[in-house]
Design a protein around this ligand. Structure first.
Ligand SMILES: NC(=O)c1ccc[n+]([C@@H]2O[C@H](COP(=O)([O-])OP(=O)(O)OC[C@H]3O[C@@H](n4cnc5c(N)ncnc54)[C@H](O)[C@@H]3O)[C@@H](O)[C@H]2O)c1
Length: 250
């Protein structure tokens, strides 16, 4: 396979749907072999089948990012199947309920933090040593515009996404001299199944928050993610890249 990621092996979590699927497609189109890792077994199989049909070497894998053993196994599976782990995208996430902090269910807090923050840590925990031992690699963690801005009704999501930005900077400092680049992407509101529970007035409100007057697409987020993973971003380290139609520029 030709392309700028030819010969590279990628592990993408949450790759059965939305942004993760668009990233998996984008990396595959540029020549990477891709482990399509997701909680959703059927979705991972369908996505990997679609990538294979398009000429990408792809393997589905059931993972639960809230389980450190599952993330260790995902890294082992990638190196065993494709011979290396060059690119990792810690993308799996959940939205959680909309409720003010003073009423937010503790169980919902725990689930959102476990998935959106601890899940990224468990990924890094097992990806970074393997990449460092191999002499290098690149990681993108999926944060959000809510990695720097608050959002009423989403305390756990906002806290987790802010945490992802801090974790990204810290890991980037620790592994810079080992050839591993770690960066984060901050999408605005993107039209994916994550927003499926959003009613029409709320959707209009979300659109109005973006000066471009629309939601983003998963492909627009995948494009920036692919750039950060590529050698074109060779001096980009520990940074947080917005893909938000101007949301944060206000
Ligand atoms: N859609 C948006 O507006 C938006 C905005 C900013 C950031 N994000 C972030 O982008 C990432 C992807 O979101 P999306 O919009 O593509 O959502 P999505 O719901 O379309 O996809 C998320 C995927 O993650 C998987 N997943 C959830 N929990 C998991 C777990 N414990 N283990 C493994 N897989 C799990 C789901 O099965 C699903 O396939 C998330 O981290 C999300 O917070 C999304």
């Amino acid at each position: 396979m030709s392309g700028e990621f030819a010969g590279k092996a990628a592990l993408v979590t949450g790759a059965a749907s939305g942004i993760g699927l668009a990233v998996a497609r984008r990396l595959g189109e540029a020549g990477a072999s891709v482990v399509v890792a997701d909680f959703d077994e059927d979705g991972a199989q369908v996505a990997a089948g679609e990538l294979e049909a398009a000429g990408t070497r792809a393997e589905p894998l059931v993972v639960d990012v809230t389980d450190p053993d599952s993330m260790r196994e995902a890294v082992r599976f990638t190196t065993h199947t494709f011979g290396s782990l060059d690119l990792a995208v810690n993308n799996a996430g959940v939205s959680g309920p909309s409720m003010p902090t003073g009423e937010f269910e503790v169980t919902a807090w725990d689930r959102v933090i476990a998935t959106n923050l601890s899940g990224v840590f468990y990924g890094l925990r097992h990806q970074l040593p393997v990449m460092a031992a191999a002499g290098g690699g690149a990681v993108v963690n999926m944060s959000s515009i809510l990695g720097t801005n608050g959002f009423a009704g989403s305390p756990a999501y906002v806290a987790a996404k802010h945490g992802v930005v801090g974790l990204t900077k810290t890991a980037a400092l620790e592994y810079a001299d080992k050839g591993v680049r770690v960066n984060a992407v901050g999408p605005g509101f993107i039209d994916t199944p994550l927003l499926r529970g959003t009613d029409s007035p709320m959707r209009e409100r979300l659109v109005s928050l973006h000066p471009q007057g629309r939601l983003g697409t998963a492909e627009e987020v995948a494009e920036v993610t692919a750039f950060l993973l590529s050698d074109r971003a060779s001096f980009v380290q520990g940074s947080y890249h917005l893909v938000d139609g101007g949301y944060a520029a206000r």
